[in-house]
Ligand binder design. Structure first.
Ligand SMILES: [Zn+2]
Length: 555
């Protein structure tokens, strides 16, 4: 065993060495590229990492390989001064924690670590610090968890704040740390914050690409880079819902895998990822334009982005947060991105994540950092509070044991927009626009439950707790055949005592007919059941002692 460990260690050292040495020559180029039309853009976005796009030009980053590919293409481009070069002139670093007191400096790597640790040591009952992984150059990727009684697992909705996946976009990094400081120092002081930490669990990962930020060395960010150490744009490196694989046959980078496993171990409901280089709130999908595929919660997203934009604007001078549609943009309508984290979190983790471009200046001069906090903190707090609204509750078995369940809003959810419970407590959260909905609760080994007429109101909470009944093979009492059906079906109900009501629903949750039967086996024409079109229907059989729902496919 010992030998094998040593061998494994040597092999990993070898791979680490290879990984570092192969990529150590990578530089990052900042380019202006001429385009003629949208299809040029699509081609280009597969070669370089697009930063901004207008009608006739694209501003993009490229590593050495990408630059070589670009040279071989027909695109005309010019190399620009890297954004960090200009910004670097007005950067002051804090070399001690004390120098961070006014939040008008950037921390050295050591001060960043000390600050994060200080949150935990100063507020041990409110704050935990996790090293969720380390970067290629072995820098800590840190995340705080802030909530009341943080050391006790609790059934609270989880909200994630993260920033600086692009290492030279540093505004949100400082905002995230200030958010942590503000929440911790105001618990028990400001009622709003006390209520927030009593009812919500907040996770804050201020810098998810430290190798990019501290590109030059640990004591300076003035040469910060967008990409990770290997020259990969981490926000193009996640599994993509559109392609269902990573773009450009790239390999998952270490920092990407760290975020993926972090998302896997948590139950994030709502999330915001800070970037810079523009001023707007951006929502899914990044992979699909509105005309290709709208997110099921498109209108809800538009509303929370508008809420953020309006609050940021009302706390700032008139020039702030005005890009695209007055500070709001749909992802792919701005420009499409493959392998972005926003789509990944939404599609694979059922987490409502938005991308927040917080300052035109990617790396504002240090003394301007406090103004961005003033512009944004009200919007940040209000963003968190969104997690309380909509439909929520617990899904348990009949004994109250929490279940791993899937909750689908019938006729509304699509492309993985359904939500799931946190299996530890069975709690779920379905933020949604005001309306009346039908929900299906499904859990492996349990009878599905349909609950209709569930009303969601603006900025209100609808509590819907569901107890699910275990289904055993002999407990299955309704049999419908043929299924798929064409013109008629037979419904057989075993051990029917008295009568049964059969409710027929469309897949959009509309109840189309209720019929009563006294027979344990009866044939019906589909038209008798109100079914006149092909599609998927739900038949809910209700008797004195059980309710069972069956999906019927009509061809
Ligand atoms: Zn960015």
């Amino acid at each position: 065993m010992f030998c094998r460990c040593v061998q494994k260690f040597i092999i990993s050292l070898f791979f680490l060495f290879v990984q570092i040495s192969v990529f150590s020559q990578i530089t990052e180029h900042y380019l202006r590229i001429n385009i003629n039309n949208r299809s040029d853009f699509e081609t280009l976005s597969r070669i370089v990492s697009v930063d901004k796009v207008t009608d006739d030009e694209v501003i993009a980053y490229a590593n050495s390989n990408e630059l070589e590919k670009l040279k071989k293409s027909n695109f005309k481009f010019t190399e620009l001064e890297h954004p960090s070069v200009q910004a670097g002139k007005a950067i002051t670093m804090a070399e001690t924690i004390a120098e961070m007191v006014n939040w008008d400096r950037y921390p050295t790597y050591s001060v960043y670590n000390q600050l994060m640790l200080k949150f935990k040591t100063d507020y041990p009952n409110l704050c935990k610090l996790d090293t969720i992984g380390t970067s290629i150059l072995n820098k800590n990727i840190l995340a705080l968890n802030i909530t009341a009684n943080v050391n006790v697992p609790q059934a609270k909705p989880e909200v994630l704040f993260s920033s600086t996946i692009h290492g030279n976009e540093t505004t949100g990094w400082i905002l995230c740390m200030r958010l942590a400081d503000f929440l911790l120092s105001n618990y028990g002081v400001i009622d709003r914050i006390t209520n927030m930490l009593d009812s919500i669990s907040i996770f804050i990962a201020p810098n998810t690409n430290p190798d990019g930020t501290y590109h030059l060395n640990d004591n300076s960010i003035s040469n910060a880079r967008r990409n990770n150490y290997n020259g990969f744009d981490l926000n193009r490196n996640f599994p993509d819902p559109h392609l269902e694989l990573i773009p450009n046959e790239e390999t998952w980078q270490k920092e990407t895998m760290i975020m993926m496993s972090y998302a896997e171990t948590r139950n994030f409901i709502l999330s915001i990822n800070y970037h810079a280089g523009a001023e707007l709130a951006n929502y899914p999908w990044d992979a699909w334009t509105i005309s290709q595929k709208k997110h099921a919660d498109h209108n809800w997203y538009d509303q929370i982005c508008r809420q953020y934009a309006t609050l940021a604007q009302s706390n700032a001078p008139p020039w702030y947060f005005r890009d695209m549609n007055k500070g709001v943009a749909h992802g792919a309508s701005w420009f499409s991105v493959a392998g972005g984290r926003q789509d990944y979190m939404n599609y694979w983790h059922h987490c409502r994540e938005i991308t927040l471009e917080v300052s035109e200046n990617k790396m504002p001069q240090s003394e301007n950092l406090p103004i961005y906090w003033n512009y944004n903190y009200e919007a940040m707090l209000t963003f968190i509070e969104n997690v309380k609204y909509g439909i929520r509750g617990f899904v348990t078995n009949t004994d109250g044991k929490p279940l791993n369940a899937k909750i689908t809003v019938v006729g509304h959810d699509a492309d993985n927009s359904h939500v799931i419970t946190n299996p530890q407590f069975g709690n779920y959260y379905r933020m949604i626009q005001p309306g009346t909905y039908t929900l299906i609760f499904e859990s492996h080994g349990f009878d599905p439950q349909i609950i209709s007429e569930v009303v969601a109101l603006q900025n209100r909470t609808t509590i819907l707790n569901v107890k699910m009944k275990e289904s055993t093979s002999d407990a299955k009492r309704v049999n419908i055949y043929p299924n798929p059906a064409k013109t008629e079906i037979t419904i057989s109900i075993s051990n029917l005592n008295g009568s049964a009501n059969i409710e027929i629903y469309t897949i959009t949750g509309q109840k189309i007919r209720v019929i009563q039967t006294l027979n344990d086996k009866q044939m019906f024409m589909l038209t008798e059941l109100g079914i006149t079109h092909s599609g998927i229907y739900l038949l809910r059989v209700i008797t004195d002692d059980f309710v069972e729902t069956t999906k019927l496919i009509v061809e």
